[in-house]
Design a protein around this ligand. Structure first.
Ligand SMILES: C[S@@+](CC[C@H](N)C(=O)[O-])C[C@H]1O[C@@H](n2cnc3c(N)ncnc32)[C@H](O)[C@@H]1O
Length: 439
């Protein structure tokens, strides 16, 4: 039987959104991808209007009232310095509701999640304020920053000490009093040279003390947060300077620190107005294959593992890692996707490692709750490595579902998402949603 056919004028006049969303909801501008519409649709079905106002990701208005997401993302844009490149400016403007808000724009980590997408996934996983979410491979800590703003507690783990530092700094930056930062902007050249004279590795507290002898402040906890923030800007600008031959480390440091302070001022004032105090984030350096978390402890798990051997996170972060006390050899043995001589070996060891990670995820998750894994398909690389045709390669999304099943998970849904800009390695990633079965 044919479905109901309607008059074109009536169909076009009503539009598509009225079918998808209740009339009182207004979606964020610029939703262009199918996965974004899908997440908005699920949010609209799963959250109450009040929840959508407080924690929804894809709506700017509910029943005529602006959402918190709108307040957090809009208003005075990030005060990107005038001399920033037009590319950087348009990135922040085009992605106003997607990615550059709160403290997410501090350090552009490779493979970082879209925060707006993460907020929606947390919502559709049914995780509520006061509950706890785990990201066992947190990278730059996108899940923890988003959860903190949503009033959800988080546990974040990463093998890399630099990731632990970066995620901690981004979460702590939500608590910094922006007024205490302005003093650091008055003489950026002096600040930079003071930092330059500290010796590596910088994680030693004596160095922080030495630094704060020059910048006396009342509160030692606030001191630590500010030191870490400036240190992150220092590392970020070092990376930019190494990739460019036009500007020096000191030039980049000034503009990046200004941007960091503008971000913190903006989110700080939005949170004060909305009376949000960030929820607790417990972030550790550790191994996702051996979680130091008790059984049935967390209410949800959301993470993105390395996409087999597609990105070498150790090589990527080598500039930053040298500032931390790191045994690079030990770290390379812990990093998933790096062990093995040939690509084929690497892939098999990767599968063994992911088997252990999902086993741990199943152990620490409460029964009935969800584990979402975001994973891409590097089919071309895998077809070469395994010497099989590309269309015969089983995508990592399917592999995760299979491993998950063997650990007591049920596959609920996988949402595909196109990846732009990595066409030769990866074209698509999936949000794979699993539920831990009871008993
Ligand atoms: C795709 S990235 C995660 C990015 C993160 N979702 C974000 O928003 O920034 C994968 C992360 O897994 C981490 N990793 C690799 N092996 C690990 C292990 N055995 N235990 C914990 N983390 C690991 C890497 O250091 C990297 O940060």
């Amino acid at each position: 039987m044919d479905h109901e056919i309607q008059n074109p004028i009536q169909v076009l006049e009503k539009g598509m959104y009225h079918r998808l969303f209740p009339p009182e909801l207004e979606i964020t501008p610029g939703l262009s991808d199918v996965y974004e519409l899908a997440l908005a649709y699920y949010e609209s079905r799963i959250l109450t209007n009040d929840e959508l106002i407080k924690n929804g990701a894809y709506f700017v208005k509910v029943d005529g009232r602006f959402t918190h997401h709108y307040f957090i993302c809009t208003g005075d844009p990030l005060k990107i310095p005038d001399y920033s490149s037009s590319r950087l400016k348009s990135f922040f403007l085009n992605n106003q509701f997607r990615t550059g808000y709160a403290t997410h724009g501090l350090f552009p980590y490779r493979g970082k999640f879209h925060p707006q997408m993460i907020k929606a996934i947390i919502n559709i996983m049914g995780i509520k304020p006061g509950e706890t979410i785990l990201d066992p491979m947190m990278g730059s800590g996108t899940v923890s920053v988003e959860a903190a703003i949503m009033g959800i507690k988080s546990i974040g783990i990463d093998a890399s000490p630099f990731c632990q530092f970066m995620a901690q700094t981004k979460c702590d930056a939500l608590k910094i009093n922006p007024d205490s930062l302005n003093a650091f902007l008055t003489h950026p050249e002096k600040l930079f040279s003071d930092f330059k004279t500290l010796s590596m590795p910088m994680s030693v507290s004596a160095q922080k003390k030495q630094f704060f002898d020059n910048y006396p402040m009342a509160d030692p906890i606030e001191n630590e947060r500010i030191f870490n923030l400036i240190f992150l800007a220092f590392l970020d600008s070092d990376g930019y300077a190494r990739r460019s031959n036009k500007k020096t480390h000191a030039d980049y440091f000034k503009s990046i620190l200004e941007r960091y302070i503008a971000s913190i001022t903006k989110i700080g004032s939005a949170m004060t107005q909305l009376r949000i105090s960030p929820a607790e984030a417990s972030l550790y350096q550790g191994d996702a294959r051996r979680l130091e978390i008790e059984d049935n402890r967390v209410d949800g798990i959301l993470f993105s593992p390395p996409y087999s051997f597609a990105i070498d996170y150790l090589k990527n972060d080598v500039t930053q890692l040298q500032y931390f006390e790191t045994d690079i050899h030990n770290l390379s043995q812990q990093m998933i996707g790096l062990r093995g001589k040939t690509m084929k070996d690497k892939y098999h060891i990767y599968l063994e490692d992911m088997d252990r990670v999902l086993s741990e995820c199943s152990r620490v998750l409460k029964p009935g709750r969800m584990c979402a894994i975001i994973v891409g398909t590097n089919d071309s690389q895998l077809s070469k490595a395994l010497n099989i045709q590309k269309d015969k390669v089983s995508g990592l999304n399917k592999v995760m579902v299979e491993i998950g099943r063997s650990k007591g998970f049920r596959h609920v849904r996988s949402l595909p998402r196109q990846i732009v800009g990595m066409a030769n390695t990866m074209r698509q990633e999936y949000i794979v949603m699993l539920q831990k079965q009871a008993g």
